[in-house]
Design a protein around this ligand. Structure first.
Ligand SMILES: Cc1ncc(COP(=O)(O)O)c(C=O)c1O
Length: 412
C-alpha cells in the first residue's frame, strides 16, 4: 500500500491489484439478462453517455465520458436499477416462476397483483434507493415502507412518496442505524427487507441489487464502442457502502478478463469506509462510526457492503477520501460546460469523481498522484453521474451561491 501525502485536504492511497476473485455473479451473461429485464420496463431508455470534449481538452485528457443517470426512469438517479431487479427476483421466487420466462409487465397483470397485494417491502435510504423500491413495489400493487436518516431534507422524502411509497419515516438515526431498524422491523413483521447493502447473513437480495446496477456499465460499454473506444483507461467510482462501485467494477473486471480500467474509489472524507478498509489492509471491511457529516448524502454510509468490498479490494487501485468542496466543484463544472459540451445536472453524490479528476489534472500539488494513476493525454475516463438535482435548495446554494468553495478562493 502506498499512502500519498495529504494535499488540498484530499487523502489518496494505492494498493496493488489482487486479481484472484473474479466476481462471477456480475458476469456478462448475467448482466445482459439484467439489462434485458430493465429494458422490458415501461419508460425504459438508455441513459446518455456524454462526451465532454472541451473539458477533456482543457484538462489534457483524451476523453471524459459521463454516464448521466439523472435520466434513469424519470427518477433522477441510478438507484432504481437495483431495487427494481431485486423486487422482481423476490416476487418471481414467491410465485415460483422462472424469471427468464416472465417480464415485469407480466407481474402487473391484475390476477398476479391480487396474489402479491399483501407483500410489504421495507428499506432504509438516504433517498435514491427508496424511490426505486417505492416505484417497483407500487407498480406491482405491493406496499413499501421507507426509513430515512436524520437530517434528510423533506424534498427527498416527498420524492419517495411521489414514487409510490406507502409510508416514509424520517428517523432520528444515522443511515447505518436506520438500516438496522428496517432489518428489525422486517424480521418482526415478516416483511421483505430490500436493502442496498449486505452483511453476514444478508447477502442474496443485495447481490440482486448490485446485479441491477450493472445495467448502467453494460450500456456504457456499448455507448463507448459507438464513440470508437474499446475500453476506458480509468474509472472514478463514488462509494457509499460500495454496492454501486462493486457492480460497475465487477462488470468491467469480468468484461476485460480481470484487467479492468485503473479504478479510483471516491468517498467523502469523514465517511470513507472503503478507504479505511483499504488503508487497514488486512483484507476485511471496516466501518467508520460517529457523527458522519457530508453534503454527499448518498455517500454518507459508514459500513461497507460485505459482498462488494472484495471486488473493490481486489480490482480497484486507488482510494480517495475527499472533502465536500470536491463534490461541489464537480457539480459546478458539470453545470457550466465549456463551449458546446453538454450541460449535466449533477447532485452532490454524482459529482465528486469529476471534481477529483479536475483537481488531479489542474493542481500541481496533486501531480504525484496523477502520475501514479497514469492519467495523461492518452487517458479515457469514464464517470457515472449517479444523480441529478435531488435537493434543489442545496443545489442552488452550491451552484448559484458558491457554497463549499474550492480551497483556491482563499487569499485572493
Ligand atoms: C446518487 C448516489 N450515488 C452513489 C451512491 C453510492 O452507492 P453505494 O451506497 O452503493 O456505494 C448512492 C447511494 O445511495 C447515491 O444515492
Amino acid at each position: 500500500m502506498n499512502s500519498f501525502k495529504e494535499q488540498l485536504g484530499i487523502n489518496v492511497i494505492s494498493t496493488p491489484l489482487n486479481n484472484h476473485n473474479l466476481p462471477l455473479f456480475l458476469n456478462e451473461k448475467i448482466s445482459d439478462n439484467v439489462r434485458k429485464f430493465h429494458s422490458s420496463i415501461e419508460n425504459y431508455q438508455i441513459t446518455p453517455l456524454i462526451s465532454l470534449n472541451n473539458l477533456a481538452k482543457k484538462l489534457n485528457i483524451k476523453g471524459i465520458f459521463v454516464k448521466d443517470e439523472s435520466y434513469r426512469f424519470n427518477l433522477n438517479a441510478f438507484k432504481s436499477l437495483g431495487g427494481l431487479y431485486a423486487i422482481f427476483k423476490i416476487v418471481c421466487n414467491k410465485l415460483d416462476s422462472d424469471d427468464s420466462q416472465i417480464t415485469f409487465k407480466d407481474l402487473q397483470k391484475p390476477q398476479i397483483k391480487e396474489q402479491l397485494k399483501d407483500m410489504v417491502f421495507i428499506t432504509a435510504t438516504d433517498g435514491n434507493h427508496g424511490k426505486g423500491v417505492a416505484f417497483a413495489a407500487s407498480k406491482l400493487g405491493c406496499k413499501s415502507i421507507v426509513f430515512m436518516p436524520k437530517g434528510t431534507v423533506e424534498v427527498r422524502a416527498e420524492a419517495i412518496r411521489q414514487a409510490g411509497a406507502s409510508q416514509v419515516i424520517i428517523t432520528d438515526l444515522n443511515y447505518d442505524d436506520a438500516v438496522k431498524k428496517a432489518a428489525k422491523m422486517a424480521r418482526e413483521n415478516n416483511w421483505y427487507l430490500v436493502q442496498d447493502t449486505a452483511w453476514n447473513g444478508y447477502e442474496d437480495i443485495p447481490k440482486f441489487i448490485t446485479q441491477g446496477y450493472t445495467t448502467m456499465s453494460n450500456e456504457a460499454y456499448d455507448q463507448l464502442q459507438e464513440y470508437g473506444f474499446e475500453k476506458p483507461t480509468h474509472l472514478f467510482l463514488q462509494a457509499g457502502v460500495g454496492s454501486m462501485a462493486g457492480g460497475v467494477l465487477g462488470y468491467f473486471a469480468n468484461k476485460y478478463n480481470s484487467n479492468p480500467p485503473i479504478t479510483t474509489i471516491v468517498e467523502p472524507k469523514d465517511v470513507a469506509c472503503i478507504y479505511k478498509s483499504a488503508f487497514i489492509n488486512d483484507g476485511n471491511a471496516h466501518a467508520v462510526t460517529g457523527n458522519l457529516q457530508t453534503i454527499m448524502a448518498g455517500l454518507n454510509c459508514g459500513a461497507p457492503n460485505t459482498s462488494t468490498w472484495p471486488i473493490l479490494r481486489d480490482f480497484a487501485s486507488f482510494y480517495a477520501a475527499c472533502p465536500d468542496y470536491v463534490a461541489a466543484r464537480g457539480m459546478r463544472i458539470m453545470a457550466s460546460p465549456i463551449d458546446d459540451d453538454k450541460k449535466i445536472i449533477s447532485g452532490e453524490s454524482g459529482a465528486v469523481g469529476l471534481g477529483l479528476l479536475s483537481l488531479l489534472m489542474e493542481k500541481e500539488e496533486l501531480n504525484e498522484i496523477k502520475e501514479a494513476m497514469n492519467l495523461n493525454s492518452d487517458s479515457v475516463v469514464l464517470i457515472f453521474n449517479t444523480e441529478g438535482n435531488t435537493d434543489p435548495i442545496g443545489y442552488n446554494e452550491i451552484i448559484y451561491d458558491g457554497k463549499n468553495p474550492s480551497l483556491f478562493l482563499e487569499g485572493r
